[in-house]
Design a protein around this ligand. Structure first.
Ligand code: NAP
Ligand code: MG
Length: 403
């Protein structure tokens, strides 16, 4: 059978540890036999990041701006232990942070749904995609401990020296203060990324804040979303048959619990931090969670939501076979290839990606899976496989049903 050809390069960002091992297996077994892969390769493995003083990460993000689509392997974010382990010149920033700063995007996380691995919330039938605003609020806050009586104020000094003052509190004793900010530009980018992704995936978009209490701060989020929606997206949403829906955060939480899923839930930074862990846990497994960074200009970077699975890698280095789940990393590739196919008008590439995703799910539903899923699956005749045999089983399913 002739391999599927690609016209535009896909930006390939290789990574670290166990996921780097899976990366190669996936390419060898599931992609290269069927697709003439056309990628521009960037090695974001920590050794090469160190060799290039992290320039390779910046280059890979710029390449994503050039070509529009990237697929990324999980990477190590260095800490003190990694400094010695890899003999690093400096403690480099998280590659995801660096890439996000260059692309100015929003991260969308969605679970992969499999029959037999049921969400803890029994009415959730379809994925719930969380979009977390990744700038500002309490994550860039300033804090102060107040000792004794005194007056706390917010002061804004304009460039011409004019001051605007707002009383926080007249303290009678000890207490605490927090100051935080956000930017209209960042909120607008967040809104556009969310609206674009909703159109892209044909799902409703929900957004919620606490605007009844926070009448200026949270209300600005609500207003910016609404203004951009009315001016740029209302017609497109109507044509796509989807809805934008704003409500209070408490109401949103109650509705999410009663819903059957199948929508995007846009969250402010803190809400997204907390709610994405809740949603991921309720859907079953971090190893079954996909993640895509979408920039307001429409650049896409696909990856798995989990890390480099360090513990498994150390076993692998000792010569042990590991049962590390490759599904989220496979879905990063299929997401990117499907997007490339869509942008370049190569329907057979998009179909290949969609079929390969189906083959992953069918393989698990037939009982063949990695260890992490075996302990949570409610499926008969489970056969626990190590990573490579599992990937080969997916290939068999694909060849039997779709090739
Ligand atoms: P991790 O790689 O997400 O793994 C934590 C644990 O979750 C694993 O030990 C394993 O549990 C389970 N797990 C995660 N993915 C799995 C998979 N695909 N199959 C089976 N089990 C899986 O987090 P970590 O080990 O704490 O972090 C390792 C490195 O990843 C760190 O250096 C961190 O900086 C980096 N990281 C990168 C990204 C990214 O690039 N996007 C994200 C997060 C973390 P058991 O050990 O119980 O089997
Ligand atoms: Mg968190």
């Amino acid at each position: 059978m002739a391999k599927i050809k690609m016209t535009t390069p896909l930006v390939e960002m290789d990574g670290d540890e166990m996921t780097r091992i899976l990366w190669k297996m996936i390419k060898d077994e599931l992609l290269e036999p069927f697709v003439e892969l056309n990628t521009e390769y960037y090695d974001l493995g920590l050794e090469y990041r160190n060799e290039t003083s992290d320039q390779v990460t910046i280059d890979s993000a710029n390449a994503t701006k050039k070509y529009g689509v990237a697929v990324k392997c999980a990477t190590i974010t260095p800490n003190a232990a990694r400094m010695t382990e890899y003999n690093l010149k400096e403690m480099y920033k998280s590659p995801n942070g660096t890439i996000r700063a260059i692309l100015d995007g929003t991260v969308f996380r969605a679970p992969i749904i499999v029959n037999g691995i049921e969400p803890l919330v029994k009415n959730w039938k379809k994925p719930i995609t969380i979009a977390r605003h990744a700038y500002g609020d309490v994550y860039k806050g300033s804090e102060l401990k107040v000792k004794g009586p005194g007056k706390a104020e917010i002061v804004y000094t304009a460039q011409d020296g004019t001051k605007t003052v707002e009383l926080i509190h007249n303290f009678k004793g000890d207490g605490i203060i927090q100051g935080m900010h956000n930017l209209d530009g960042s909120i607008s980018s967040f809104a556009r990324s969310c609206f674009n992704f909703a159109l892209d995936t044909k799902q409703d978009l929900w957004f919620a804040t606490k605007d009844t209490i926070s009448k200026k701060y949270d209300h600005t989020f609500k207003d910016i979303f609404q203004e951009i929606y009315d001016a740029e997206y209302a017609d497109k949403f109507k044509a796509a048959g989807i809805e934008y829906f704003y409500t209070l955060i408490d109401d949103a939480v109650a509705r999410v619990m009663r819903s059957e899923g199948g929508y995007i839930w846009a969250c402010k930074n803190y809400d997204g931090d907390v709610m994405s862990d809740m949603v991921a846990t309720a859907f079953g497994s971090l190893a079954m969670m996909t993640s895509v960074l979408v920039s307001p200009e429409g650049y896409y970077e696909y990856e798995a939501a989990h890390g480099t699975v360090q513990r498994h890698y150390y076993n692998y280095l000792k010569g042990m076979e590991t049962s590390t789940n490759p599904v989220a990393t496979i879905f990063a590739w299929t997401g990117a290839l499907a997007k490339r196919g869509e942008l370049d008008n190569i329907p057979e590439l998009t179909k290949f990606a969609n079929d390969l995703e189906k083959a992953c799910i069918m393989t698990i539903e037939s009982g063949k899976m990695t260890k992490d899923l075996a302990v949570i699956a409610n499926i008969e005749n489970i056969e626990v496989l190590n990573s490579l045999p599992f990937i080969q089983a997916i290939r068999e399913t694909y060849e039997k049903n779709f090739a």
